[in-house]
Design a protein around this ligand. Sequence first.
Ligand SMILES: O=C(O)CCC(=O)C(=O)O
Length: 247
Amino acid sequence: MKNLKFEYDKNGFCVSRSLFTKNEILNLDKKLKDFLKLKSKNLKGRDINRTSNNSINTLHDIDKYENYFSKFAEKKKILNLSKLLLNSEPEFRKCEMFAKPAKVGLKSPMHQDNFLWAVKNSNGLTFWVALDKCDKTNGGLSYYNGSHKYGLLEHESSFAPGTSQKIKKNFLNKIKKNCKLVTPKLNPGDVLIHHCLMVHGSNENKSKRSRRGFTIQFKDKRSDYNKKLLKNYEKKLKLQMKLRKQI
Ligand SMILES: O=C(O)CCC(=O)C(=O)O
């Protein structure tokens, strides 16, 4: 645990390869498959994004539709690790699924989660649980190492379903100059944990292999949301959804 904290503070992310048992991951995988098959049809608007051939690319707020996911998120070992990394009491936010199917999975442009979350003290994190083998060849998640130390950067609309905001070019160029891009190789069950100021994103999945990630988000319980920033983001998101005729 101490190693994870050291890596997280230094790099803005860490990788845990032993947080979950094989059975926990097999169960999670089954629940996600059942959810995709049976419940995803209940999701509308901002909660679901599809690829050009109508496959599911991302699912958002899925804990609202299925209790299993919020129960999974509140496992003691997850809360304990969140508390250690946040240096504070964690508050659960939501669960998402980044399905990124084989051949047609969409890109997630470089962004910082806190531009979308608007947590006042920028203290929040995401557990990204791999359900497939992930690497550069199937759109694995990439990080600019140490980029969480650059504060909240300016974003603009990306028009990418599922990740509606991206970092403006001149700000991203500064990050590219100073931080190395890394794409951790993951096996099913491995977990990435990233800071909400971490610059991250992923490429399209043109490979024959799917690249599924299940995410759990936490914020610092002591910090509130910046309502003005949140409103600004939601206005931009709505506009993009209207253009795509999602609402
Ligand atoms: O899975 C991806 O490609 C993007 C995930 C992401 O942006 C996140 O979990 O914050």
